[in-house]
Ligand binder design. Structure first.
Ligand SMILES: [Fe+2]
Length: 154
């Protein structure tokens, strides 16, 4: 539970998304032998990550970008999202039984894990300084509303 409070805040909402992606990535790395299962899980993971990245950028990142102190970190985090999307596209273009698929998938997994780690430590610490409790709750609602909207549109 975050210091700035309760499970309705943006930090917990983002952590829940991160854990869902991590669980999917674990299943994909373990189900590597079954291309069909892997395809279905990868499709789900792609949607989760894309929806999460777009919604996070338009809510949490946008709020932090308003603060000069947040700008540099947000630039960095956005670049990491772009890298993640590029690897997702490469993977989508590869056939599931290609030997290199899993190696590339592990590269995606490492990229996502590094990003999540940086976000939950440095970026969250900065955000706790820049955002107040009320903003934290509002951003959680905005994030979730945006994610629902994007999933419906997909
Ligand atoms: Fe992110």
């Amino acid at each position: 539970m975050s210091a700035s409070g309760g499970h309705g805040d943006i930090f917990n909402a983002l952590i829940r998304d991160h854990r869902r992606a991590a669980a999917l990535m674990d299943r994909i790395s373990h189900d590597g032998g079954d291309p069909e299962a892997r395809d279905a899980l990868f499709f789900q993971l792609t949607q989760e990550l894309e929806v999460h990245a777009i919604a996070e950028e338009s809510t949490f990142y946008a709020a932090l970008r308003d603060h000069p102190a947040g700008r540099e970190k947000i630039e960095e985090a956005s670049c990491e999202h772009d890298r993640m999307k590029a690897i997702l596209e490469e993977l989508a273009d590869m056939s599931a039984n290609e030997e290199t698929w899993l190696a590339n998938f592990m590269r995606l997994k490492a990229t996502v894990e590094r990003h999540v780690q940086g976000e939950e430590t440095e970026l969250f610490a900065l955000a706790r300084e820049l955002l107040d409790h009320q903003q934290g709750r509002q951003l959680a609602q905005d994030l979730q509303a945006e994610e629902r909207r994007l999933k419906k549109a997909a």
